[in-house]
Design a protein around this ligand. Structure first.
Ligand code: AMP
Length: 286
């Protein structure tokens, strides 16, 4: 596995790979890798000739009050995990390599970046869109891999690709979970043992809500949201940001969903000091 630290070197390396007619896959991450990340790398390794994994804790997607400084980092451990799961090139730039002191440009996606998670983290998706655009420009990958764990992010990135004509196909991989059902996340490191065990209620809520919709033929959005809210309220010390059902394709929130429609249940909140998100796709019964 080759390690690259500068955009110039990455660009030139990718130019050669593309000139050789090889399929290039990109897996952008913020590091502190877990099986959610390595499952993306393994998937990319199956589809592509060359896999580039990037590790960069992107300051633009953190608000000043958020956890940029304390975000978990362990580059030695990441190096081994990235290598063992099939990375050919590991891109680990310094902050000043990605954002020079006089950098002024931000990429801003519209409505999709402003709703739901965007209401709670208004800076977040512009930060993601900016760093993803920079990585796409440096590598021009055939395929880029993102996790369903960050469902809204996958829609924002697909919109970015469509609107800015990136010649890249976005592949979305399933959510990797802990044994108790909690979605894997680098931030799970912040949880105490007790919180870790209690946090399984997020996934349980999603599963129960899916069952509630499917068996009761529930189509009313406020009913679905209220059901999720009730369940989450039983989780002590969990500060709910949102528990919302929306159309899976564009996150619009009609009062009633149509029979046969694909929807997504989106949850977010803070357990103690740790922000957790999760989601589940559900088909409204016909
Ligand atoms: P992050 O390092 O948290 O920015 O995540 C990098 C990529 O890994 C994103 O596309 C995430 O959606 C994906 N990812 C993070 N956690 C998981 C998970 N539990 N399952 C699948 N993909 C994940």
């Amino acid at each position: 596995m080759k390690v690259i630290k500068t955009i110039d070197e990455l660009f030139n390396e990718c130019l050669k790979i593309r000139a050789d007619g090889k399929i290039l896959g990109l897996v952008p991450t913020m590091g502190f890798l877990h099986t959610g990340h390595t499952s993306l790398i393994e998937k990319a390794n199956k589809d592509c000739d060359i896999v580039i994994t990037t590790i960069f804790v992107n300051p633009r997607q953190f608000a000043p009050h958020e956890d940029f400084d304390s975000y978990p980092r362990d580059i030695d451990r990441d190096f081994n995990l990235a290598k063992d799961s099939g990375t050919d090139i590991l891109f680990t730039p310094e902050q000043k390599e990605m954002y020079s002191a006089n950098s002024e440009t931000n990429v801003s996606v519209g409505r999709l970046a402003k709703v739901i998670e965007g209401e709670y983290r208004p800076h977040f998706f512009d930060g993601v869109a900016t760093v993803v655009s920079k990585l796409f420009n440096a590598t021009i990958p055939n395929l880029a891999y993102f996790g369903q764990k960050d469902y809204q992010q996958t829609l924002v990135v697909k919109k970015l690709v469509e609107d800015l004509n990136f010649p890249t196909k976005i592949i979305v991989a399933d959510i990797a979970r802990e044994e108790n059902g909690l979605a894997k996340s680098s931030r799970n490191k912040y949880l105490t043992d007790e919180e870790f065990s209690k946090a399984s209620l997020l996934n349980q809520t999603l599963n129960n809500t899916k069952q509630f919709i499917e068996s009761g033929n529930i189509k009313d959005r406020t009913n679905i949201n209220a059901f999720m809210d009730e369940q989450l309220k039983t989780l002590k010390d969990f500060n709910i940001d949102y528990a919302r059902a929306a159309r899976a394709k564009d996150l619009t929130e009609p009062s009633h969903f149509e029979a046969g429609e694909n929807i997504v249940l989106l949850l977010a909140g803070t357990l103690g000091k740790t922000r957790l998100i999760d989601n589940k796709l559900v088909k409204i019964p016909s």
